[in-house]
Design a protein around this ligand. Sequence first.
Ligand code: ADP
Ligand code: MG
Length: 462
Amino acid sequence: MDKNNIKKQNVYISEEEKTLNWEEVRASFEKTFGSEIYNSWLQKISLVKEYNDYLILSVPTRFFRDWIVSRYLDKILEQVKSFKLSLNRIEFKIVEENKSNTDLVKIDEYNKITEIKDSILNYNRLNPSLNFENFIQGQSNEIALSYSKKVCEHISRYNPLYICGGVGLGKTHLLNAIGLNLQSENNVMFISAERFMYHFIKSIKKNDMVNFKDFFRKSSVFIIDDIQFIRGKESLQEEFFHTFNSLMDKGSQIIISADRNPMKLDRVQERIKSRLAGGLVVDIEAPDLELKIKIIKKKIEEMKNQFKENIDLSDEVINYVANESKTNIRELIGVLNRVIAFTRVHNKILTINDCKNILKDVFSQIKVITVDKIQNVVSNYFNIALSDMLSQRRSRPLARPRQIAMYIAKKMTTRSLPEIGRRFANRDHTTVIHAVKTITRLSEQDDEMKKNINQIKSLLLE
Ligand code: ADP
Ligand code: MG
């Protein structure tokens, strides 16, 4: 085949493949993401242009783009790839919506509250599988559990109820269980502080604070998760404080969770801390061995029912998993899932040695890699001061390592984009998105970059 021919063929292939059926893709989005996420976000995406290896999609606003990119992009790409394998990138173009579109006008002009409500329903739905029945009691959580139940019996006796504890210890599970328990007879609002912030900003931008206030203040049970998120955000704290006071005044029950005791919240106004501490503060501690074993056994039961097959783990293996997984229950369940997946695939009863091998990677990854650690390793690797890497200076010898560190933080930790941004001297999440994109692209094109990243990753895993 001569050169010309190959070229022709390539062109032909890309023409041939230019058949992505957008309606089909949308249908698959709806199936994968569920109709609520689809209707509020993904439905508004249109296909602008299709290339062999990437797509240009349009979204109505910058905010929309950032939201979609930070939450759904990976899965979206996975979906479109399932229709056309050669795609490896998606770009977004902001195309303002046609204001004469009647649906939109309706939402914008007449239905502002419904919009907040829909969005709460999308993201802050109570999860039916996080209930009291499957919350297992142990020494570390019995007080928190018992007061969570008491709150359900006597609304506003313990007000606010403040549940604190480290990550993955069951706070969200308890909050959710309270919500489920109370929702049939009360107007329950369950929201994460981060999401509260999202609505707050959105309402300011749209000049719509009246509806925001109304909406949150009409609940009779107000549950807010991860309140530590409001640190440093003065105007949000102000708004939260007023919401809090007005709910307390009318006798609504407030339940709050945080990763620490109210008095230890940093960069939170003193008056807010003392109001938070003014009701009942209970904490959840790290689980002891006994609780971990109970949880493992319960999960195995659940999975047996789910898969309708026998899953056998020896007591030795159960003990091993419980012992190795030291810090939190989310991690424990993650590890257990891996072990069970292995037994199901290989259809065998695990020995302790199999188990050690499976878990070697998991534990090293879970335990070691934090954003701090990534920042240290990357700045050492490039031989620059950590303070310079985090500074606002934009010269390339500092900006590239900074972007690489952000990229690795996204890939190797479970931190969200805004969280990563905050750890890089309070940068915006869009900066992180940009970094991730840039480094993804460079590591595909540039061998030197690929090598650097691999070396840094193995330093982190050492
Ligand atoms: P947190 O909000 O404190 O970070 P979560 O509530 O998200 O933690 O809990 C992490 C995972 O562990 C969830 O899957 C939750 O269902 C599970 N979990 C935590 N504590 C218990 C418990 N006592 N019994 C059963 N599952 C638990
Ligand atoms: Mg939580």
